[in-house]
Design a protein around this ligand. Structure first.
Ligand code: PAF
Length: 289
């Protein structure tokens, strides 16, 4: 695996690959790679001839009181993991390479409206940081395909929207959520869970599954259902950011007759904010019918 710290050398290597007519895949990450990231890389390898993984802890997408400084940085371990699964290129630039003029005056890419809700409501500016850095990565790497994990459901929707609006010639592919045995979605932030919280943290997934089961049984009182799920999380000792049932594509609150819905949840533990979601097909027919 070749490792690149600079845009110029990264581009040179990729233009060689492109000349050979190879399909280039990108998996953008902030490092601290775990099984879910490696699954995204394997997914990209299945459809691309050359896979680039980027590792960059993007300060622009962290709020002032968030965990940018304590976000786990494990570049040596990450490099070994990627080399072991046959990743072709690792792109890990310094901040000055990605933001040559600093953060304040940085040109930004903004996807309006759908970034103001759910995670965007509690993390103002977060998605603007994500779309700005992902647009930069698309400009640098020019991938044919980019794979993003579905755990960050809203992020994936926002990136798809940016790609559509800005006409980026890249195919966006969703990578499935990888879970621990008790259902907790794998996340770099799980390392912030203390011993006491870790066993209870899977309540987020359990409550999402509970909502899914209730919908399958015919309940369509989505607001009440979400409130009940939030109460379960509170009873397990967590502060709830949101629990919500949304239309899978628009992310608007799900209507009674929507067929494709996603149940999304976000909660605060002592040291982290965890998110998870489940998408489902709503069967016709309700309890009332
Ligand atoms: O999902 C992530 O790890 C980040 O938001 C991303 C897409 C790498 C952008 O920094």
């Amino acid at each position: 695996m070749q490792v690149f710290h600079h845009i110029r050398s990264m581009r040179e290597a990729l233009s060689e690959v492109r000349r050979e007519g190879k399909r280039i895949g990108l998996v953008a990450t902030m490092g601290n790679l775990h099984a879910a990231h490696l699954a995204l890389v394997r997914q990209a390898q299945a459809t691309c001839d050359c896979v680039v993984v980027s590792i960059f802890v993007n300060r622009l997408q962290f709020g002032l009181n968030e965990d940018w400084d304590k976000y786990p940085r494990t570049l040596n371990e990450d490099t070994a993991k990627l080399a072991a699964i046959g990743c072709d290129f690792l792109f890990c630039p310094e901040e000055t390479e990605m933001y040559p003029n600093g953060m304040d005056g940085q040109t930004r890419v903004i996807v309006p409206t759908m970034t103001d809700i759910l995670c965007g409501a509690s993390r103002p500016g977060h998605f603007e940081g994500v779309t700005t850095v992902v647009a930069k990565l698309f400009n640098i790497i020019e991938p044919d395909e980019a794979v993003f994990g579905i755990k960050d459901f809203q992020q994936l929707a926002v990136i798809r929207r940016m790609v559509e609006d800005l006409r980026f010639p890249v195919q966006i592919t969703a990578g499935e959520i990888v879970r621990a045995e008790d259902g907790l979605a794998l996340s770099s932030r799980n390392s912030f869970l203390d011993e006491d919280e870790r066993p209870r943290a899977s309540q987020l997934y359990k409550s999402l599954r509970w909502v899914e089961a209730q919908i399958l049984e015919g309940r369509r009182d989505y607001m009440t259902l979400a409130d009940e799920a939030a109460e379960q999380l509170e009873a397990a000792g967590f502060k709830v950011d949101y629990m919500s049932i949304r239309h899978s594509r628009t992310l608007m609150p799900a209507a009674h007759d929507d067929r494709e819905v996603t149940i999304l949840g976000a909660m605060y533990t002592r040291g982290a904010r965890l998110i998870d979601n489940i998408s489902m097909q709503v069967p016709a027919g309700t309890l009332e019918e």
